[in-house]
Design a protein around this ligand. Structure first.
Ligand code: NAP
Length: 304
C-alpha cells in the first residue's frame, strides 16, 4: 500500500513531489507519456522566478526532477491507464505494467495542445505540422514557417523559430492578440516576422510533406493559396482528463472540479495545475498548485 501517487510530471506534479517527499510521503510519481509537460516543450523560460537570465524549459523540469528525487520521490516510467476512485479509498491505479493501491492521489496530468481541426493537419503531423518549436524548429532551416495563434505561445515560439526559418508568419483569426505587451513588442521589432491577421488556415496540402496552405480571410471570405513548409500550431490546450471520466466531477470542457484547497469530488484525491486551472496556466502557478495539493494530501494522510 502506497501513501501517495502523483500522476503527471510537469511543474505541478514535480513540485507536489518535492513537497510530499520532504514530508516523508515517499510519493510515487507516474511520469506518463511526456515527462516535464508543456514547459518541457518550451524554449526560453524568462518568467520563472529565481532564474534572472531565463533557462530552457527542459532544463527547468530536469532541475525539478532532481530536487524531487533528492528528497525521496520515486519516478515511475509507466502510464496510468485506469483509475478507480469509486470505492472511496484505498484507490486502485492500473498502469501499463501493474496495479497499485494508494491512500491518496494528486492528479497533475496537465493539458495537451489543441489541434486546428482542418483537412491535412493529421496527415502531415511530423511532416510539416508541429505543436513543438523546440522539438521540430531545426528541421525548417531557411524554410517558410507559419505559426498559428495569437497568444503568448504563438508569439514566444515565433521568436524562437526565426533562428531557423527564412521567414515566420503568424496567422491569427483576429486583428487583436492575447499575447503580452513585451512579446508583442519583440515580435513587431523582429524583421523576420510578419503578422497575417483576420485569417485562418482552411486546408493544409502537400506531397509527402507540407508545401502549401489555403488561407481564408474571415472578413472577406476570400481564399488564397500560400506556400509553406512548416506549420506550428499554438491555439490553446485541452485538459488531459479522459482517464478520470466517471470517477470525478468535471466541468463541461473536461477540467477537473476542485474546491479552493484543490480537493476534488473524492476525498483523498487532489488536482493541481492545468488539469483544473483554465485561467492562469503558467508554469509558476502550476508549481504553486502542486505545492498546495501536496500540503493538503499530507493533512489528509495525517488524519487517516
Ligand atoms: P491562448 O492564450 O489560449 O491563445 C490561443 C490562441 O489561439 C488565441 O489567440 C486564439 O484566438 C487562437 N485560437 C484558438 N482556437 C483557434 C482555432 N480553432 N483556430 C485559430 N486560432 C485559434 O493559448 P497559449 O498561447 O497557448 O497560452 C496558454 C497560456 O499559457 C496563457 O495563459 C499564456 O499566458 C501562457 N503562456 C505564457 C507564456 C509567457 O508568459 N511567456 C508563454 C506561453 C504561454 P482568439 O484570441 O481569437 O481567441
Amino acid at each position: 500500500m502506497e501513501k501517495l501517487a502523483i500522476i503527471g510530471a510537469g511543474p505541478a506534479g514535480l513540485t507536489a513531489a518535492v513537497y510530499a517527499a520532504r514530508a516523508f510521503l515517499e510519493p510515487l510519481v507516474f511520469v506518463g507519456p511526456a515527462f516535464g509537460g508543456q514547459i518541457a516543450m518550451t524554449t526560453e523560460v524568462e518568467n520563472f522566478p529565481g532564474f534572472p537570465h531565463g533557462l530552457q524549459g527542459p532544463e527547468l523540469t530536469a532541475n525539478m526532477r532532481e530536487q524531487a528525487e533528492r528528497f525521496g520521490s520515486r519516478m515511475v516510467e509507466e502510464i496510468i491507464e485506469k483509475v478507480d476512485f469509486t470505492s472511496g479509498g484505498p484507490f486502485k491505479l492500473t498502469s501499463n505494467e501493474k496495479e497499485y493501491e494508494v491512500l491518496s492521489v494528486i492528479i497533475a496530468t496537465g493539458a495537451t495542445p489543441r489541434p486546428l481541426g482542418v483537412p491535412g493537419e493529421q496527415e502531415f503531423i511530423g511532416r510539416g505540422v508541429s505543436y513543438c518549436a523546440t522539438c521540430d524548429g531545426f528541421f525548417f532551416r531557411d524554410k517558410e514557417i507559419l505559426v498559428v495563434g495569437g497568444g503568448d505561445s504563438a508569439f514566444q515560439e515565433s521568436l524562437f523559430l526565426t533562428k531557423f526559418g527564412k521567414r515566420v508568419r503568424i496567422v491569427h483569426r483576429r486583428d487583436e492578440f492575447r499575447a503580452g505587451a513585451t512579446l508583442q513588442r519583440q515580435v513587431r521589432e523582429n524583421p523576420k516576422i510578419e503578422l497575417v491577421t483576420n485569417t485562418v488556415i482552411e486546408e493544409i496540402r502537400g506531397n509527402g510533406k507540407v508545401n502549401e496552405v489555403i488561407f481564408r480571410n474571415v472578413k472577406t471570405g476570400e481564399q488564397s493559396p500560400s506556400s509553406a513548409d512548416g506549420i506550428f500550431v499554438f491555439v490553446g490546450h485541452e485538459p488531459n482528463s479522459q482517464l478520470f471520466h466517471g470517477n470525478l466531477a468535471m466541468s463541461e470542457e473536461g477540467y477537473v472540479s476542485v474546491n479552493e484547497r484543490l480537493h476534488t469530488s473524492v476525498p483523498g484525491v487532489f488536482a493541481a495545475g492545468e488539469i483544473h486551472d483554465n485561467w492562469f496556466k503558467q508554469a509558476i502557478t502550476s508549481a504553486g498548485f502542486g505545492c498546495m495539493a501536496a500540503m493538503e494530501a499530507e493533512k489528509f494522510l495525517a488524519g487517516h
